[in-house]
Design a binder for this molecule. Structure first.
Ligand code: NOJ
Length: 495
């Protein structure tokens, strides 16, 4: 496992700096990854339930989220952990089929609605703000059967679901996140994630377009009917890998890879002109023509759609984990996990540099400076938007309670956020550590632990135990100081 030292230069640069008083610290999780209770009461089936039950071989350890951390029954314990962490907010997600078993608002599950309502109330009682993700990849299977994200009607269905959530919880939830990482379209249509379809570069692009429209419809609905009453915010969550050219010759290709990976979603929402990134749109149109397609595989937007999506986010919610270097792919290139980011389409190879220490997940190596690079690039591309870090965290394997590498990870990545704020003038309002506790890590099953808390998955109690990183993070949340010397503290156990 990659251990690396906080460099003396970085330590000097940030030693005297603190996050401002109004900066918010929180932790994040998602419903499928922690809840379990997959068929509790009248919950409907999701595409993840179907995927893990029918193709367990797609998951490294053949496991599933049927029970996971059992938060459906143990959520009060989670709230206690949150209180111990001194966090300002908890980012969690709502399972669409738990609230709407048919996927449609014709039937509201009383159990599902009460579950999230009770959680929200318990958080508020302890002064913890609920930050709610509406879609963290659990599409109702009923909607998948009708074409899922490739059916244009999904924009109506998502807006209907959004209305149900705004009606149920809008009086208590101020921060809504519509869709977590629309880049999931590539995974879902490359057979890797649910729904496990094979339609890269076609289904994945329909999904990209209709996810953007679904998000924008929910945003406009809130803006029109709920914002005047409640004054909350609605945003899209973008996954941002930072991408650097391998050599100077790769600079142009790197721009195109940034367009397909970041700009495919961010340009439509945050740029002044809206729509797809122009260079990417031209590239795929030309390639489609050469392939004999009657029209571009990247579906066009109408002007009305462009206007609907443009500006439809109150902040730039960013999930960031890793950086990769871009180069032209060799003709016989076999693509790793990055292929699903659409880079195969561009003839690009995307890989970490050998000097970056690895983690337990093959898609991510350690390069904290990439976080600052990404934030600065986004500010230059899209102007002085407000950022909110909705995920950042470390993947270990079978991590001990003394998880020093995770402490280092948060300290080093937070240091880069601080430098971006103070040196580059990037506005960042908050930071979420991923994750509150070990949970179901999608195709990696339970083999990557990403929690500030260890979870004993062999125990029916799913016992949660704070790691050293939980102690560290509780201190950061309380003091707003990343404490460059923290790694030298011994045996602190205040939780
Ligand atoms: C982003 C996803 O939102 C989350 O579900 C996942 O666990 C983390 N990345 C880590 O892979």
């Amino acid at each position: 496992m990659g251990q690396y030292l906080f460099s003396a230069v970085l330590a000097t640069a940030v030693a005297e700096r603190r996050f401002p008083a109004g900066f918010k610290f929180g932790v994040a999780s998602s419903s499928y990854q922690i809840e379990g209770g997959w068929n509790a009461s009248d919950k409907g089936e999701s595409i993840w339930d179907r995927f893990v039950h029918t193709t367990p071989e797609a998951i490294v350890d053949g496991s599933n989220g049927d029970v996971a951390c059992d938060s459906y029954h143990r959520w009060r314990e989670d709230v206690q952990l949150l209180e111990n962490l001194n966090v300002d907010f908890y980012r969690f997600s709502i399972s669409w089929p738990r609230v709407l078993p048919t996927g449609f608002p014709n039937r509201l599950s009383e159990h599902g609605a009460r579950y999230y309502g009770d959680l929200i109330d318990a958080l508020l009682e302890r002064g913890i703000e609920p930050v709610v993700t509406m879609y963290h990849w659990e599409l109702p299977q009923t909607l998948q059967d009708l074409g899922g994200w490739a059916n244009p009607l999904i924009a109506d269905w998502f807006a209907d679901y959004a209305r149900v959530l705004f009606d149920l919880y809008g009086d208590r939830v101020q921060t809504w996140l519509t869709i977590n990482e629309p880049l999931i379209c590539d995974f879902g249509y490359d057979g890797i994630f649910a729904p496990g379809l094979q339609s890269a570069g076609r289904g994945s692009y329909l999904c990209s377009k209709y996810m953007l429209l679904a998000h924008a419809r929910a945003y406009r609905l809130y803006e029109r009917e709920y914002k005047p009453k409640y004054g909350g915010t609605v945003s899209l969550v973008n996954q941002v890998y930072w991408l650097e050219p391998q050599t100077e010759q790769d600079a142009e290709l790197t721009e195109l890879v940034r367009d397909i990976s970041i700009g495919r979603y961010a340009h439509a929402v945050f740029s002044a002109e809206g729509g797809w990134p122009p260079a990417l749109e031209r590239y795929i149109a030309q390639k489609s023509a050469e392939e004999g397609e009657p029209r571009s595989r990247l579906p066009a937007f109408t002007q009305e759609e462009i206007e609907l999506i443009r500006g439809s986010s109150d902040m730039f919610a960013i999930n960031h984990y890793a950086t990769a270097a871009v180069s032209a792919a060799a003709p016989d290139a076999t693509y790793g996990v990055f292929a699903v980011e659409g880079v195969a389409e561009l003839g690009a190879a995307v890989a970490p540099r050998p000097e970056w220490p690895p983690t337990a997940s093959d898609w991510f190596t350690l390069y904290p400076e990439g976080f600052r690079g990404a934030l600065l690039y986004l500010k230059q591309q899209y102007g002085d938007v407000e950022f909110f870090v909705t995920e950042n965290g470390y993947a270990g394997s079978d991590d001990p309670l003394d998880d020093e590498p995770r402490v280092q990870y948060h300290r080093d990545y937070l240091a880069q956020v601080l430098l971006a704020m103070e040196e580059d003038g990037v506005r960042v309002a908050g930071y979420s550590a991923w994750s509150l506790m070990d949970s179901y890590e999608w195709m990696t099953g339970y083999q990557a632990s990403m929690g500030l808390h260890h979870v004993d998955f062999s125990s029916p109690d799913r016992t949660r135990t704070p790691r050293r990183s939980a102690h560290y993070y509780a201190q950061v949340a309380r003091t707003h100081d990343i404490d460059v010397d923290y790694s030298f503290h011994e045996g602190d156990n205040k939780l």
